[in-house]
Design a protein around this ligand. Structure first.
Ligand code: ATP
Ligand code: MG
Length: 317
């Protein structure tokens, strides 16, 4: 698999959001604590739901915050929720201690993810062939996994000092699910590693939403064909969503004011363009126009609209 450079991609908007977030440091501890609680629950719920767990967001919160068991739901799903939270705490410790992201660390994460569920396969590379349901790509033969993973860690060590963290985290995630080094838990571990990379560069963790699973699978299929643009853009939007959430919660005054963060409503964005607000909303949903959701509404920037017009001309009103 080649690893193209993100020549067609830029992360200007993310960089601007990140700079705004950094200016708010140090964050107020109480607000940060609340955000953290929320992220742990949302990340755990969505990551496990993508893999088929039937726990709802509310049930995940009850399990993680109150230690409750949900009647009618399998023990396995409770363990998966608790294990995932422990894995997040391990990531956070690694960020604080600046631990290396190496084989031992990844095995440690995997051991937590499968704890009490599949202990004999936890913390080791797979020894069997696997298939990914919903993918055309067939992961490599198990005998190749140790070498491919060595190459993965070498690639990461080489790229990390010279790459944009958003690009790097997305590429690392794809490489991991492409190799599928474990017998189970690959998706969850790859999303954890992606966030570890983001977090150690000062980004908030990002959550791939369960509702986005079809698009997530679609862009992964494209990435399998070395078509990375839409894939990286998908991941970047997820990072933007987290940045917007953190900015919203940590901005001292006017916390819900998207304008203070440099965004404009789609109604405003449509002014002076050939596009209607509804059309811009469609473009935002499709991920073609750079936009983020603020509370329930899409917001964008003047630059993003100009960028879209430059790229697509005045078509499609
Ligand atoms: N076309 C694809 N190419 C590479 N990876 C993919 C593709 N489609 C899906 N995936 C990844 O594979 C994961 C699901 O695969 P599978 O069910 O085999 O994983 P798993 O090993 O059971 O891990 P987990 O239980 O955490 O998902 C998805 O979460 C996604 O990250
Ligand atoms: Mg699985």
């Amino acid at each position: 698999m080649n690893t193209p450079k993100p020549s067609a991609l830029h992360f200007d908007e993310i960089d601007a959001q990140k700079a705004r977030l950094d200016r708010l440091r140090p964050f107020p501890p109480a607000a940060l604590e609340r955000l953290h609680e929320q992220m742990v629950i949302e990340w755990t719920y969505n990551s496990n739901a993508i893999e088929g767990s039937s726990l709802t967001l509310k049930e995940t919160a009850l399990v993680l915050q109150e230690g409750l068991t949900i009647s009618g739901k399998p023990l396995r799903e409770h363990l998966e929720a608790v294990n995932h939270k422990e894995a997040i705490l391990k990531l956070e410790l690694a960020v604080r201690k600046k631990s290396a992201l190496d084989q031992d660390f990844l095995w440690g994460i995997h051991r937590l993810i499968l704890k009490g569920i599949h202990d004999d396969e936890a913390g080791r590379w797979r020894r069997e062939r696997v298939r990914i349901l919903g993918a055309v790509h067939i992961p490599p033969d198990p005998v190749k996994v140790p070498r491919l993973m060595e190459e993965f860690f070498a690639w990461l060590r080489h790229e990390e000092p010279r790459s944009h963290p958003v690009w790097l985290s997305a590429m690392a995630h794809h490489k991991l699910v492409h190799i599928h080094p474990f017998i189970d838990g690959n998706g969850r571990c790859a999303r954890l590693v992606m966030n570890l990379i983001l977090m150690r560069h000062g980004y908030p963790p990002t959550v791939i939403l369960k509702v986005d699973r079809p698009r997530y699978y679609r862009v992964l299929r494209e990435a399998d064909q070395d078509e990375y643009e839409r894939y990286v853009r998908f991941m970047a939007r997820s990072v933007e969503r987290s940045l917007a959430l953190y900015l919203q919660a940590l901005t001292p005054s006017g916390a819900s004011d998207y304008k203070k963060q440099g965004y404009i409503s789609l109604a405003e964005a449509s002014r002076g363009t050939p596009y209607s607000q509804e059309y811009l909303s469609l473009l935002a949903r499709k991920g073609v126009l750079h936009a983020v959701k603020f509370q329930r509404n899409w917001v964008t920037t003047h630059d993003a609209v100009h960028e879209y017009i430059k790229k697509h001309g005045q078509r499609g009103t």
